[in-house]
Design a protein around this ligand. Structure first.
Ligand code: ADP
Ligand code: MG
Length: 717
């Protein structure tokens, strides 16, 4: 009964909470928060360190800090010409006096009584030897109610203030307090890791008393996420594909290989042999992951697999995530297979209707051998006469739920072989965990003759030189990408000052100085108006409409845009051979694998290519990490290195530049490999005893897994 009360609470709409009307509920919804459960999982990114009191005399210049001050003079309000009012008084500590002002807050006259002590949070300014502070946050100091040292700063927006978010979370917490919260983690696992109970963790992450509490809570939620994720993975593994595979004999690949125009690399040969071993005289259908860096030649390997299938008179479906990529595959594979006497078709949204109908008929009567298209089209209402092999080209990290449905849509007798291509170089250890139900082929070697992209790691002091370099690239006829970590920023104030934050590896950073992030929209304006008015500057980011994005990319491809300011939307699937320079701003914000993908956008043509990583932290760790990019261009080495430093979080599906909006899975808390392995073992133990998660003690986890799968699917769209 009480457990049901918990479910009811977490699924309750935020609008049902005290103080939340329709307007505010809408604002929360714009932040991706609809239910009380989602709100409880809306974790602070940093905490203001208000317990760390600074004497006035040592006030940090231009930064928020905490002060313990006594009111020295009775507040007085004056009215200005524009009818604004200023309320003003002096306050002091043992080291000095500050003049504090508030605008349009006459009521404060009654709040600040001479002799009373307050804790202030704000920025002290020095003007002509006098200290002033405008509109600081104030909290009365009393013996009875000690003030918390750490005040959460939430990801905000949509006009919601920190105070409103905190109050609403507080409301949700007090309701949670009254319900019987079932534990998601098995007791022994939780205790073994020294983690708090769920309810304690919720309270601690939102209203911490001590730093240790924050750390414990973050670790708790990290373990919870990893455990649920592991359960999801393990469930997928248990659903290994079975059934009768298509019957295929071995045949010589020479007709195909001799038409490629190049000899295969060692890695390609090995992968082709592994695939051949899976497909020829198979007892179970192949489920193989072909992972390879951008440009490692996955298409040729896929072509060999397709040849093996069509040569055995089976049909092949090749699915790409976008129409552009599907068309590219068609352009490279159609001539090849046609010249070998096979029929190839392209089925995408823009294919004319009569042609679509013709293709579907040819598939159904078996006269079409190889169909290339997007995921959506191939899985919707197409029936094959003799489908023998499904190849999917995944440009993104792909999700658990999505994989569970691989190769299910089989109608034409036998369970088809499945080959998944992924462009994310992923360390073998992690691949074995994440893709445990798939066999693994790795293309860890690039074809010869690839040009190396010269890479530099620089700091702000190089800005002028960098701008000159950008200009010279454009004048020589090249094109430039400028990648920023964020689209726009509005909540600057709350992110400044004496903060406690967390490094990507989960470690705690005191006096967290958030580097000022370059934002695409503002940087674009600045470049266009002030820095490169003579060049054509473009802008692209994830919040633009699809058709607008395509138009910008078209203009960049056509050379009409010379400098393209963007977010990581250009990470994949863009091919502009004339682009010669990739600049990444705030490079320390990115995973190395992501930087590697970005770097892969240049050096695709004849032009000599460069990559400049601009880092605005002087953190030694961050610099050392980035310098790895200078010394290697092997995506697997880079991935291994970053896995050790940052943990596996980068490999979990996530939306551009932000934590996942729905559900709780962020993979961005203190996720380390060791914890992930333990969670995996625990998940397997749980499933061994309760394969369908039906037992009472696993119901909370079962719910969590369902939510995660749902989220996972949504994030992949
Ligand atoms: P990706 O793995 O990114 O899909 P592609 O299959 O598109 O890579 O191959 C990238 C380029 O490398 C293509 O132009 C392809 O023709 C070429 N290529 C592939 N394999 C070899 C090879 N063994 N030797 C020379 N060039 C190759
Ligand atoms: Mg490719």
């Amino acid at each position: 009964m009480e457990k049901e009360a918990y479910c009811r609470l977490t699924e309750e709409k935020i609008g049902a909470l005290k103080g939340i009307g329709v307007k505010r509920a809408e604002a929360f919804s714009r932040l991706g928060l609809d239910t009380v459960g989602e709100l409880l999982h809306h974790f602070p990114r940093v905490y203001q360190n208000r317990g760390h009191i600074s004497p006035l005399s040592l006030a940090p210049e231009g930064e928020n800090a905490s002060f313990l001050l006594t009111v020295g003079t009775q507040p007085k309000t004056v009215t200005l010409k524009n009818r604004m009012t200023i309320t003003k008084f002096a306050a002091f500590d043992g080291s000095g006096t500050v003049v504090i002002t508030y605008f349009n807050s006459r009521f404060l006259e009654k709040v600040f009584a001479v002799g009373q002590e307050f804790r202030f949070w704000g920025k002290v300014k020095r003007e002509k030897g006098r200290l002033t502070m405008a509109a600081p946050i104030h909290e009365p100091v009393s013996e009875k109610l000690p003030l918390p040292d750490f005040v959460p700063v939430y990801p905000s927006g949509a006009g919601l203030t920190q105070k409103l978010i905190a109050d609403t979370v507080g409301e949700a917490l007090s309701l949670l307090e009254k319900t019987d919260l079932p534990e998601v983690l098995p007791e022994s696992f939780r205790v073994g890791l020294g983690l708090p109970e769920a309810k304690t963790a919720y309270r601690a992450i939102h209203c911490p008393q001590t730093l240790a509490e924050i750390e414990g809570a973050r670790r708790y939620f990290s373990a919870e996420e990893l455990y649920l994720f592991s359960l999801g993975l393990a469930l997928t593994k248990n659903r290994k594909r079975s059934g009768v595979p298509p019957v295929m004999r071995d045949l010589s690949l020479t007709p195909l290989l001799s038409r490629l125009g190049f000899p295969l690399t060692g890695a390609q040969k090995r992968s082709v042999e592994e695939i051949r071993g899976d497909m020829v005289n198979a007892e179970v259908p192949m489920s193989r992951l072909l992972s390879g860096d951008v440009g490692s030649g996955k298409t040729a390997v896929a072509a060999a697999a397709a040849f093996l299938a069509v040569g055995n008179r089976y049909q092949v479906a090749l699915m790409a995530p976008t129409e552009i990529l599907a068309s590219q595959h068609y352009d490279s594979l159609a001539p090849l297979f046609s010249s070998l006497g096979f029929r190839v078709g392209l089925l995408i949204g823009s294919t004319p209707l009569p042609e679509k109908r013709r293709l579907k008929e040819a598939l159904a009567d078996g006269s079409l051998d190889l169909l290339i298209g997007t995921h959506a089209l191939i899985s919707s209402g197409v029936s094959f006469a003799r489908l023998g092999l499904v190849i999917t080209d995944e440009q993104h990290r792909f999700g658990v739920a999505q994989r569970a449905s691989l190769g299910k849509d089989n109608r034409g007798g036998g369970v088809p072989h499945v080959l998944v291509m992924s462009a994310t170089p992923i360390p073998r250890t992690l691949a074995l965990i994440l893709y445990g139900e798939l066999s693994l082929s790795m293309l860890d070697e690039l074809p010869p003759g690839r040009q190396k992209v010269d890479t530099f790691v620089v700091d702000e002091s190089y800005r002028a030189r960098l701008n000159r370099f950008i200009a010279s690239q454009v004048r020589e006829g090249g094109q430039v990408y400028l990648v920023c970590p964020a689209v726009e920023e509005k909540e600057e104030e709350e992110w400044e000052g004496d903060l406690i934050g967390f490094a990507p590896d989960g470690s705690t950073e005191f006096h967290y100085a958030r580097p000022k992030k370059k934002t695409a929209v503002e940087y674009y304006e600045e470049l266009k108006k002030n820095i490169f008015p003579e060049f054509s500057v473009g802008l692209i980011h994830g919040r633009m409409k699809g058709c607008d994005k395509e138009e910008v990319m078209r203009r960049f491809s056509a050379g009409e845009i010379q400098i393209l300011v963007s977010t990581t939307v250009i990470e994949v699937g863009v091919n502009v051979p004339n682009a010669s320079l990739m600049v990444v701003e705030n490079a320390e914000c990115f995973g190395l694998s992501q930087l590697h993908q970005l770097r892969g956008r240049v050096g695709r043509g004849k032009r000599k290519a460069y990559c400049v990583l601009v880092s605005s932290t002087d953190g030694e760790k961050a610099m050392k990490r980035l310098k790895v990019m200078r010394t290697t261009d092997n995506g697997y080495k880079i991935a291994e290195y970053d896995l050790e430093l940052r943990g596996p979080g980068d490999y979990f599906p996530s939306e551009e530049g932000k934590a996942r909006q729905h559900g709780s899975f962020s993979g961005r808390l203190n996720t380390d490999m060791a914890l992930f392995k333990r969670a995996m073992e625990e998940a397997e133990k749980t499933l061994a005893a309760d394969p369908e998660l039906k037992k009472e003690e696993n119901l909370a986890a079962a719910r969590g897994v369902r939510q995660l799968f749902e989220t996972d699917e949504r994030a992949m769209q």
